[in-house]
Design a protein around this ligand. Structure first.
Ligand code: GLC
Length: 756
């Protein structure tokens, strides 16, 4: 113990000072592993949470962590910072990019890639080695508090966009962490909730996104999630980390645990966790103890040490850190504005947009307190957030100043009030501001001063807490009253009304969408929010976003909706840690969650059941129109090739997102979804009359369903249908093809040729 405490003291002392010029190379690794003492090894694989390096005599305050240096081998400490859409630092401003949910709605790998490159650049500027993103868990339920950080209900859209993001960040020589592996689909009691799901769902949905991500990228790290999976902590699951992730998916990088602190350390290392983050000295002690009592094999520790060295050797901290603490915020703001408009989804447009009215009346507190991003690890200290009012003014549209003063005063007051006087249920970030209850007379008095009315409805959420159905999914009475009163006043004056959804995930829309003339879903668009929305409203950008998840008629319509803590309200600010078993709370959906829906998540359920939804997966309108040619589909060897020509048949330039869905014959399965997304792409900006052919190549293996009994992927012999278009309910074109024989694939990914 004495030896260890001396070692840790000197390591920490090294950490505190600016690290001496270090550097080692990959060829040194075997020798270093051989020469390291067991105490050094035990310290090296345990991180230090939330303590970031010093710079100019001051610790960088933020979240993430650092690792111990091994000075005598020239091995530096490395830095891991949150989060997926921006470096989370409290004393420095960094760019807040659009949330993952908006990137997913772009259906465009290039949006994910370019945001990734900018995040890589800001990571270098801030001295970060590994960016703790992308968050890529499946939207099993629309109320998960971190869905805004993630991508979609579909594993193909999630996995392939995550890969593009990773390739973007890593193109700058900075690492990433694909998180949170796996089946971490709720925030309530997330440290100890047991996700209970069948093997087919695990393979076809919850690990499939990571499998596809690892087919098209090589994240330097994967983050093992907090939760149990079928009774075993993911961080202690050999089946998940060593079998599925490493053997089947071919992952070669390092597994870092989410920030748990000490659990069963030898079990974690034995399972395949390499870096124990949220680390603490008692974990190092536990490692030494476990080696002595035989519960930990030296070979497991050496594997983790080797993975650590293979990570550190790639990091900027080992190759000449360029930390400036001066990111190019102006360049990245421009990128943020452009990319955010690519993911906005036009849900309704009855002759309203594009429009450039002289005067606009903005209603709704979130027209002024616009939400750039969510709370928790994904929160960003950006230099500003452009509100819708500012964005429209910047576009030359005069915003009603009386309404603006009223709402801005209310927003300021309410934000301060909530942050000081209430237990605000946020990890870090902002509370949800309740809507102002405006009188009809005030709305009627304002109407003559504007040409159009725009109402913004906002929803914020974040790490550590799920959204509550009654108060956050449903539209609240002040909001529905505002929509109805504004529509009444402006429609009777022959004027149009639009609603902007500045939201972290789906809200109820079916009951009120008939009232306004237009609805634009802007998600959480990053710091340039109002400018991006204004670019779409005025037609500077033709909206091309498509929904990456279903907007149900009613929350409860989804098959698994009952199996989620959708109205659980705890008295704690942070529901990550609830321990229902100790507090006499029901265990269902808190201590364990049954994924009773299996693979039938989102559109896989609604389309297969033919159940009506408010807006389907892949839905979105454009200011122009497109036509699809007869598609060409064929099986070439072990690949499906498919292509379709898309023509802009409207009068405005625009982009079209194209999905490739496949309907497969049942084969030996008793059920399969009526269609599943297998690839997607997006045209460039097509001028009126212009065409572009979109081509896809899909390994036949990806058409397979998972046979849990035989633990293999099976494609059935027989007739398949390929549907082209993004909207899962409405194919723009279709074609049939046949597999003349069934094809079975072992779970190992080694047999799957990389398609790109
Ligand atoms: C958190 C989050 C994870 C984050 C990490 C470091 O608990 O689950 O996404 O990267 O800890 O802050």
């Amino acid at each position: 113990m004495k030896k260890l405490s001396i070692l840790l003291a000197c390591l920490t002392a090294t950490l505190a000072s600016a690290p001496a010029q270090t550097g080692f190379s990959a060829k040194d690794i075997p020798a270093i592993v051989k020469k390291m003492t067991v105490e050094e090894k035990a310290a090296f694989v345990v991180g230090i949470k939330f303590e970031l390096p010093q710079y100019e005599g001051k610790y960088l305050r933020g979240t993430g962590g650092v690792t111990y240096p091994m000075e005598r081998f020239g091995v530096p400490s490395i830095v891991m910072m949150d989060g997926p859409v921006g470096l989370r630092l409290y004393d420095y401003e960094t760019t807040c990019f659009p949330s993952g949910i908006l990137t997913a709605a772009s259906w465009d790998r290039d949006v994910a890639y370019t945001i990734g490159t900018a995040l890589g650049e800001e990571s270098l500027d801030m001295g970060n080695d590994v960016l703790l993103g992308p968050g890529m868990n499946i939207h099993r339920n629309p109320l998960n508090g971190r869905n805004f950080e993630y991508f979609s209900e579909d594993p193909v859209l999630s996995g392939l966009l995550a890969a593009a993001y990773i390739n973007g960040v890593q193109s700058k020589g900075v690492g990433t962490s694909a998180k949170h592996f796996a089946a971490n689909n709720q925030e309530t009691n997330r440290l100890d909730n047991d996700s209970r799901l069948d093997t087919r769902a695990l393979r076809e949905i919850y690990t499939k996104a990571f499998e596809l991500c690892l087919r098209e990228s090589e994240p330097w790290t994967v983050m093992a999630s907090y939760n149990y999976l079928n009774g075993t902590y993911t961080q202690e699951s050999r089946d998940l980390l060593s079998k599925i992730l490493r053997k089947d998916f071919g992952f070669k990088g390092l597994v870092v645990t989410d920030w748990t602190g000490k659990r069963n350390t030898p079990k974690q290392l034995n399972a395949g966790s390499d870096l124990l983050m949220g680390g603490s000295p008692d974990q190092t002690e536990h490692i030494l103890q476990s080696l002595k009592d035989g519960s930990l094999k030296m070979s497991d520790l050496d594997r983790a040490v080797t993975k650590m060295l293979e990570l550190v050797v790639k990091c900027p901290s080992n190759n000449g850190n360029v930390r400036t603490l001066k990111p190019d915020l102006e360049k990245h703001a421009k990128l943020c504005r452009e990319r955010a408009s690519e993911g906005m989804v036009l849900l309704k447009n009855d002759g309203v947009f594009p429009a450039k009215p002289a005067r606009a009346a903005l209603y709704g507190v979130y027209s002024y307190a616009m939400i750039q991003g969510g709370n928790g690890a994904g929160w960003v200290n950006s230099p500003y957030v452009v509100s819708l009012a500012e964005g429209l003014e910047n576009a030359g549209i005069k915003v009603d100043s009386k309404l603006r003063s009223l709402y801005e005063a209310y927003a300021d007051f309410k934000m301060k009030d909530l942050k000081t006087n209430h237990v605000v249920n946020v990890h870090v970030g902002d509370p949800q501001i309740p809507e102002l209850d405006l009188s009809e007379s005030l709305i009627e008095a304002s109407e003559p001063d504007s040409d159009i009315a725009i109402i913004t409805i906002g929803r914020i959420s974040g790490e550590g807490r799920d959204r509550i159905h009654n108060s956050e999914f449903l539209i609240q009475k002040e909001e529905i009253k505002l929509i109805k009163d504004v529509c009444e006043a402006y429609h009777s004056a022959g004027k149009k009304v639009a609603v902007v959804l500045n939201i972290c995930g789906p809200v109820e829309t079916a009951s009120w969408k008939k009232y306004p003339d237009a609805i634009l879903c802007a998600w959480l668009p990053g710091e340039e929010a109002g400018n991006s929305v204004a670019d779409v409203i005025t037609g500077k950008v033709n909206p091309s976003g498509r929904l990456p998840m279903t907007f149900p008629m009613n929350y409860i319509d989804a098959k698994g909706a009952e199996n989620f803590p959708y109205n659980f309200v705890s008295d704690r600010a942070n529901e990550s840690v609830v321990h229902p078993e100790r507090r006499g709370l029901p265990l269902k959906d808190l201590a364990y969650t049954d994924y009773i829906e299996g693979i039938y998540v989102g559109y896989r359920y609604f389309c297969t059941e033919g159940k009506a939804v408010s807006y389907p997966f892949g839905y979105g309108l454009s200011y122009t129109s497109f036509e699809y040619s007869e598609p060409v589909v064929s099986i070439v060897g072990d690949k499906l090739t498919a292509s379709v020509k898309v023509t802009n048949t409207g009068s405005l330039a625009g982009k079209e997102a194209v999905g490739l869905y496949i309907k497969a014959p049942l084969g030996s399965f008793k059920d399969k979804p009526s269609r599943e997304l297998k690839e997607f792409g997006k045209t460039g900006l097509l001028q009126p009359g212009e065409s572009q052919t979109i081509s896809f190549t899909v390994p036949v293996r990806q058409l397979a369903s998972f046979n849990s009994e035989k633990s293999r992927w099976e494609t059935a012999k027989g007739g398949y249908t390929a549907y082209f278009g993004a909207n899962c309910e409405k194919a723009e074109a279709e074609a049939s093809f046949t597999l003349t024989s069934a094809r079975n694939y072992p779970v190992s990914r080694a047999c799957e040729p990389a398609v790109r």
